[in-house]
Design a protein around this ligand. Sequence first.
Ligand SMILES: [Zn+2]
Length: 554
Amino acid sequence: MTLIKLAGGKVFDPANNVDGEVRDLYIEDGRISAYPQGGRNISAEYDLRGKVVMPGAIDMHTHIGGGKLNLARAMLPDDHRDSFIFRTDLTRSGCGHAAPSTFTTGYRYAEMGYTTCMEPALLPANARQAHMEMGDTPVIDKGGYALLGNDDFLLRLLRDKTDQKLVNDYVAWTLHASQCIGIKVVNPGGISAFKFNGRKLDLDEPNPHYGVTPRRILQALTRALTDLGVPFPLHVHGCNLGVPGNVATTLDTIGAPEGVPMHLTHIQFHSYGAEGDFKFSSAAAQIAEAINATSNITCDVGQILFGQTVTASGDNMSQYRNHAHAQPNKWIVMDIECDAGCGVVPFRYRDQNFVNALQWAIGLEMFLLVKDPWRIGLTTDHPNGAVFTSYPKLIRLLMDKTYRDASLEQIHPLAKTMSALSGIDREYSLYEIAILTRAGPARLLGLDDRGKLSAGSLADITVYNDDSDREKMFASPAYVFKNGELVATDGKLTKVVWGATQVVKPDFDRGIEKKLRDYFDRYLTMKMDNFALGDDEFADTGEGANLRVHACRK
Ligand SMILES: [Zn+2]
């Protein structure tokens, strides 16, 4: 048994209220160990004096697996031209920026000190492919949120005013069948409405085919997850994404679950007013105020950063609307059987474009105006707002007012004057960044084994040089440990390990399967037994259990 000592680093561990204290940490058998008793031999020691120590980072919303990513890869050969990782003894070849290959994704995340990543839009009908793809992504642990809320089966249940218990059983069955850790809803009822020629669907507007409103869908799904004891609240991509003036809908959405926990993802895209000459303005202050006042709501931002990327979303309705802005000019929008939809649109965000520049400012306003760092996650909705490798730049924008103000000078002048950003003095501390990127997402997701440096936690640890240039600091950690193994040094990969898939398996009444089997036989191209993924499909790659089941609340 190896015992590793990390000596004298400044530790930021918000889950344990540790704010920059100098401490020693010990790693034993892949876990963080309490102070070892009785003359144990230390097999390796790292001198971390002057360095910053945090748990491994967790990305709660990053599109890293599934059909839409493969469409994006196929559609953007340019994206894969000038960023090759050549095969070495250590790595496999890989490439890509906005839609990188699986290997590149795993290597780059590990090199930045991220050790767990969640794919937020896993289509149950495509779960097998998405999990195989994520299983091919090295180093990081991963998990998925199963998409519901536009599927024919649920909408029928709600149309027929079925008992909530049946909804609960269906949600639980979906989590089991798709091997996911949470449920996501994208444009509730709207993806379905698009199939019936709907081009918008507001919170209280009935779906044209089922007569069910988005509000009803949100209430049914938030209630189901609470009843089932699933720790992670419903992950909501709301109505009217990207539409100027969507602030009213978002404010209504914040109230929709009536006190039941709900997470609003990429809130930046849902915080738009319709004021000014161009009928586009920031509503970040109103949304932040509502979130501050509504304790059952959490959010992540979906910050945009300037440059080329590709947007990949289940929201076919908004992607159809966006296709006019495709750059380069190619795009895909498709329906997916009775399940959902999908749209892929390449995008280039420009600092001299008024709308893009204001979107950038709105995202930063959200970060700086939501007061409680435990209730906001650091995301760019990779690759939709920006590529995940731009996180270090985003962290610098949050931590360094001087840098932020200088960046604000570079953007479209009207966007600058229409944003409140220059008047906001807040600078995030390292402790708060550790909450946003580690402790917060771990607690929200119900991942009890990480996001903290407690004895017994996974030894997923990132060590940074304490550089006043926070972008440089967060881009190239001095050391990254995954399950206690050193996987990167000075921002370069040194070892490849394989992570596990994180799931929940709430109890439910299997009686639902009779109804589901009949439904599959009647309407779908796949049989129910082929649809569901078994535990044995998560092959052990020799690095221990590849499926980690997290507890549900009683
Ligand atoms: Zn997303």
